[in-house]
Design a binder for this molecule. Sequence first.
Ligand code: BGC
Length: 763
Amino acid sequence: MKKLCLLGLFVSLASHQVLAATTPVPLENKDAFISDLMKQMTLDEKIGQLRLISIGPEMPRELIRKEIAAGNIGGTFNSITRAENRPMQDAAMRSRLKIPMFFAYDVIHGHRTIFPIPLALASSWDMDAIGQSGRVAAKEAAADSLDITFAPMVDISRDPRWGRSSEGFGEDTYLTSRIAGVMVRAYQGATPSAADSIMASVKHFALYGAVEGGRDYNTVDMSPVKMYQDYLPPYRAAIDAGAGGVMVALNSINGIPATANTWLMNDLLRKDWGFKGLAVSDHGAIFELIKHGVARDGREAAKLAIKAGIDMSMNDTLYGKELPGLLKSGEIEQKDIDNAVREVLAAKYDMGLFKDPYLRIGKAEDDPADTYAESRLHRAEAREVARRSLVLLKNQNETLPLKKDAKVALVGPLAKAPIDMMGSWAAAGRPAQSVTLFDGMSSVIGDKANLIYARGANITSDKKVLGYLNFLNFDAPEVVDDPRPANVLIEEAVKAAKDADVIVAAVGESRGMSHESSSRTDLNIPETQRELIRALKATGKPLVLVLMNGRPLTILEENQSADAILETWFSGTEGGNAIADVLFGDYNPSGKLPVTFPRSVGQIPTYYNHLSIGRPFTPGKPGNYTSQYFDDTTGPLFPFGYGLSYTQFALSDMALSSTTLNATGKLDASVMVKNTGKRDGETVVQLYIQDVTGSMIRPVKELKNFQKIMLKAGEQKVVHFTISEDDLKFYNSQLKYAAEPGKFNVQIGLDSQDVTQQSFELL
Ligand code: BGC
């Protein structure tokens, strides 16, 4: 959790004329109710509604309540229990107009029960599972008095150097857009006003995942076509699904910070997309307009933000202080403030808070006796979702699944790492409640002597990196460092390996390495762990790597050394059990990569759906005068959509129902999928389309649909996809969204590279 600051919490709003409260309009009519309420509000009360304040443990509660009762705070974040939030709501009920507070939190992948990180959720390609994770999170958060989450995070990221890749759903626009809609509906349920729903606020609007060089908070300079085509659709999908809020990004877009960007916030979001909800700034973003160099001082920053349509100022230091003066001098108009206030009140209305300010806080006598009680967790759901999110990258000689009576050496710094299991942004999850890989494997291995554990290596031996990762930990260091020399740790692990039938090495990143502000120049597993892997390989014992990481890593060497590799990301509270389910074959892995794994950092970006080029590299031919790097193999290590199973699947008989399609017609693309192996299993059948010739260069392929299907051993099934003109539309150079007649290639495969193809003509 980030350091919270008191700065700016307390503003003394100049006292303005206090209006007499009148009898309010009945609640049923939302617009009239809000207009009526606004008529009764003083300027100070209005500005108070625009302030969103972070509640840290160090904050003086009495003073906060006083501010709330004075109408100076509209909502809080980071206060996350009923007992904490009730007195604040009581204070709001003592305020002149009794406008309820809302309570927000970053519920990103679970609340008390932590589900796999978003990148892992996307790896499941399972919309029901993903939806279930969001629904459970909403129920748990609502039961803890929370009204709104700053999620889903749908920033497309094609640069794994960016640490927040872990928080998004990968590199693909279509997959991320599907998940965006699912998540919003999961959080908000039938309506955000239900007691077990929370409002979703999609973030970070916009293009945050495209920061230059993968450096967090950096600039984004992007062509309008690329924005519209690739980066904006997921936000739009969330809004179309009814997201009540939007969090505005920290980056600039083509020279204007999102927080001051009237094109982004007004023209695009509100006018073109019809968004009517709440726009919240990111943490301190209004103040940062000065550092971006577009505002001279705080006063100008506040003016730019309110003019751009930023309704609420997160961790406000400026709205409270500057808006009254700006209004007085005529630099902003009353309507600038009123529009923002109306949106805050409307969001509170939609959360059901005017009807019942205690909707999610409930009565004190019903508060859980123990907030952290086991009974409040949803372990079965978390385990089910987690095992669906694991991706089998390699399985030579059927090294996996392991035999339950095998003697296993479990090594690596992530084998017993309860904090890392949860991943970053782990909300109210508790490390003590997460199942580590050691715990999960212990539950399966009956004879405890058959599980030999050795740490083998620290996460990193780089003290500077360690210092960085432990920067924010007030109580205890998050990344534990075993003081024994590296060779001693390795020798212990090698000894364990020699005594065992098979080695399972849990290696990768600590969770903080894939987090906000955790950009990397190097995507290797840290060197100290690589040395461990080399030593383990030298034992000649079968080597299984269990990767834990929040972004694609460069694992060229490890891919050669290991007999099997399971990508587990950070798999949440039940991660250890879920991984053990897969390692021992109780669950047949079915995850597919939602991001490309590059061979090296130098190759980035490596996303699969890049534009066609004039001199493409042709595999098997000399690379001279083609687009490639001459010093390495061209192409990714693992392509987008890739993932193995313990069974095998074969595709055959791909067919299109017609070789032509007209604007109103539909075309059926089908393929026979057969489970040719010995186990039942699931796989993801993926449909890609390439627009061969257009008025603009089009991508070499784009994911347009997919189906996750279960086939029993030996079973076969024809999978059908319907293609219509809508699937062929794109934003042309005039930003007109339309399909163009001509040839289209349809590809079906179990990953983005290994596909079977047919073509048709759009008439
Ligand atoms: C992050 C947001 C987050 C906010 C509140 C910021 O630093 O960029 O994603 O919602 O903090 O915790």
